[in-house]
Design a protein around this ligand. Structure first.
Ligand code: NAD
Length: 303
């Protein structure tokens, strides 16, 4: 796999993001930033970089930014070839915490600048419902060049409308749950309408989709794996994806999806697997209200 085989998506601020990256939720599984977990993260992310990934998706709440940073430092890949995304922790929504925790993120990652920083969850039932001040603080980070782009994650259409109406600043991406069992059409449509790119989280449905008979049949017809078919479906829908795996062969396999195409019929067959709300795996952003406690960083966090 050659790095340049991965297409880029041009965001509304003109920056180009690799359409396929590497996800790091549960790398390591328990999100506890112990030295051995940091070493494990560095090893797995290092493997992904060696395989040709140039885009890594992490988050403050994953407890692995140090490991991601170590992998970047040890990889020898020039910084300008990399796209690194992190996300604001649910306990950091107050504007002063946005600024402080962003500094900590840069320091843990060992970077001078971050390519993309997202509000991880809108938490509309916490912080007096004020995710607008949080968004404003995120956008202010753009001023000194240490943040290149600001976006959101898990924002519903009403949340998007409100931050744009009250600040005038349009996020570059909305990172939301999307996979063939949960197309999330209404949020995708609202996101696209504003020129915001869609990042599809849990693109493989965290493994739940891997035995689907329709996708399995398409995969065997094309001589590809089920994971490759699902990822290709995302690519053809224009989604930015970052599947997660800790195994070399899967990490390589997930990157090798640019030498074939799904026909319109195959794409439509996968489209038809949508189960609506019943297909959702993660929490509903309208009600999700979880904040990690300081003593236990994130061991039981859903996402
Ligand atoms: P995913 O859909 O990427 O699935 C990961 C699981 O699929 C792994 O545990 C692995 O067992 C399996 N898998 C991966 N490649 C495979 C292959 N080729 N063959 C067979 N099995 C394979 O799930 P995810 O990790 O939840 O999502 C991807 C990334 O999205 C995360 O790592 C994280 O970076 C991001 N994410 C963001 C949010 C958010 O709220 N913003 C939520 C969840 C995930």
């Amino acid at each position: 796999m050659k790095t340049h085989d991965v297409p880029t998506i041009t965001l509304h601020n003109g920056k180009r993001i690799p359409q396929l990256g590497f996800g790091t939720l549960s790398v390591p599984p328990d999100r506890n930033p112990t030295p051995s977990n940091t070493a494990k993260t560095a090893e797995v992310v290092g493997l992904a970089l060696a395989c040709g990934y140039r885009h890594v998706d992490t988050a403050q709440m994953y407890g692995n930014e140090r490991g991601v940073g170590r992998a970047i430092a040890e990889s020898g890949v020039p910084r300008e070839e990399l796209w690194i995304t992190s996300k604001l922790g649910n306990g950091q929504h107050r504007p002063e915490d946005v600024r402080r925790s962003f500094d900590e993120t840069l320091s843990k990652l060992g970077l001078q600048y971050l390519d993309l920083f997202l509000i991880h969850w809108p938490l509309p039932t916490l912080y007096d419902g004020d995710y607008v001040s949080t968004w404003k603080a995120m956008t202010e980070l753009l001023a000194d060049g240490r943040l290149r782009a600001a976006g959101v994650s898990n924002f519903q259409p009403g949340h998007l409308d409100r931050i744009m109406a009250e600040t005038g600043v349009v996020p570059v991406v909305n990172q939301i749950e999307v996979h063939p069992y949960f197309r999330n059409d209404s949020v995708r449509k609202a996101t696209r309408r504003h020129g915001i790119a869609i990042e599809a989280w849990s693109p493989l449905g965290q493994g739940h989709l891997l035995s689907d008979p329709v996708i399995t049949e398409i995969a065997s017809g094309l001589g590809k794996t089920v994971a490759q078919i699902i990822l290709r479906w995302h690519i053809q829908h224009g989604h930015i994806v970052f599947p997660k795996s800790m195994h070399r062969e899967r990490i390589e396999e997930n990157l090798s999806i640019f030498d074939f195409e799904l026909s319109d019929r195959e794409e439509a067959a996968i489209d038809s697997l949508d189960k609506g709300e019943a297909g959702r795996i993660g929490p509903n952003p309208d009600t999700f209200a979880w904040v990690p406690s300081e003593s236990t960083p994130t061991p039981v966090a859903p996402r």
